[in-house]
Structure formats: C-alpha cells, structure tokens
Ligand binder design. Structure first.
Ligand code: TYD
Length: 225
C-alpha cells in the first residue's frame, strides 16, 4: 500500500525543486550549482535524481534504462517509473521535506508525462491518475524546464557520452525528441505557478543566474529571511 502511503504523506515543510528537460539540456550541472548555492545560504539541501534516488529505485533504474521494459509498452513502462518514484518518495524525498530540508531532484513526474506520453500517446487521464496515486501531496514547489532544440540537446548528449552506448531513450528518433520538447513546454505553459521555462542554449553561468534569481523570488523570500 505504498501508493496510499504516498498519497497521505503530510504536507511538506521543506521545499521541493525539480529539473526537467530533454536530453543534453545541462540539468545535472544546474542541479549541482543550485544545491551548492542553497547550502552556501545555510539551507540543508538534498540532491537526488530519477529514475533512482533510493536503493530500490536505483535497481529499477538499471532495468528501465537497459530497455528491458520497453517491449511491455509505454503504459507498463510508465508504471515502473512510478513504482521507482513511490520508493524514492517514501524513503528519501518525503522524510527530507518533513524535517524541513530542500530537495532538488533531477527529473520527476513531468518526465513520465513527457517521455512515456510522447512514446505512447498515453491519455491525459491515464497520466493524471498515475500521478495522483504515485505522488499524492509530494508535488514540486518549483520546476525548472531547461529548454533547447532537440538537435542541439542530442548533439551535446552525444559529446558527453563519448564511446558509451546510447541508452533506451536517447536512441529514439528525432521526432520523439521534438515531441518531448513540445510536451515539456506545454507542461510549463499549463503550470505557470510551479514552472519556469529556462532558455538552455545560453552559457552555464547565465542559466545558473536565472535559476538562482527565480529560486530566491519564488521560494526564499517567503520561507527564510
Ligand atoms: P539519465 O541518464 O538520467 O538521463 P538525463 O541525463 O537525460 O536525465 O536517464 C534518464 C532517462 O530516463 C532519460 O532519458 C529520461 C528517462 N525518463 C523517463 O522516460 N521517464 C521518467 O519518468 C523519468 C524520471 C526518466
């Protein structure tokens, strides 16, 4: 009954920040920079990622990124991402928020909506239902959508990867990656209170400055003087 447990997690006292975007958008660097900036302000901050973030979820990450689950179809794949997410919430995210920490997560539920949605044309109702039973009250307070053209992101991801093999999602065709971008932008447009669209074609420093400014404006002014 993990999902029910997740659905009844008490309202968080800390703040939950997520980073989203397609391949090669530079999320991991920006997660590290934001975590360092929050810690420099004396705020306990936990950096984590999805799929993964807890031992059980990291085990599922291996299965998901190997492509082993792909033949089951996008609905089943989405459910396994959600199974990993429930464990991550129960064992890492919710306890950290409950003790007042900030949690900064590289990908979260918007990735399921965009990736599994773009792969399989899953209905909004299906994704909404999954999201409700999986995350319950553990909704992000702030989400940065790192936005750049699919071609540019894939080229950057290819450079970073070097000789390693592409993973299950990077291997999808360019139309898939374009659909992903459209989907992330639509999520940002639909949720302006939560989401900030970031132009990720700029330098790391420019992007980090925008992210810090938005974090201060949206979260730090009201929680800690
Ligand atoms: P990762 O190597 O962490 O990629 P990135 O650096 O782009 O974040 O692999 C995570 C992959 O899993 C990425 O291609 C996006 C995909 N994914 C989904 O398809 N659905 C999800 O719900 C999540 C969290 C990730």
């Amino acid at each position: 009954m993990n999902s029910e447990k997740a659905a009844h997690t008490p309202a968080p006292r800390g703040r939950f920040i997520t980073f989203e975007g397609g391949e090669g958008a530079g999320k991991s660097t920006q997660v590290q920079r934001l975590v360092a900036a929050l810690q420099a302000r004396g705020i306990e901050t936990v950096a984590t990622r999805e799929p993964g973030g807890s031992p059980n979820a990291e085990a599922l990450r291996k299965v998901l990124l190997s492509g082993l689950v792909a033949p089951l179809g996008p609905a089943a794949e989405a459910m396994i991402f959600c199974a990993a997410r429930i464990d991550h919430i129960d064992n890492l995210i919710a306890p950290a928020l409950a003790r007042g920490a900030f949690v900064v997560c590289d990908r979260f539920a918007d990735s399921t909506r965009a990736y599994q949605g773009a792969l399989g044309k899953l209905s909004d109702q299906f994704i909404d239902g999954l999201e409700r039973v999986t995350i319950g009250d553990t909704k992000p307070d702030l989400t940065f959508m790192l936005d750049l053209p699919a071609e540019e992101g894939l080229a950057r991801a290819g450079k970073r990867r070097g000789a390693e093999a592409v993973d299950r999602f990077e291997a999808e065709n360019i139309d898939f990656h374009r659909a992903l971008r459209t989907s992330f932008r639509a999520i940002a447009e639909k949720n302006p209170q939560r989401c900030v669209l970031i132009d990720a074609t700029r330098t790391m420093d420019e992007i980090a400055a925008d992210i810090w400014h938005a974090t201060e404006q949206r979260l730090l002014l009201d929680v800690r003087a």
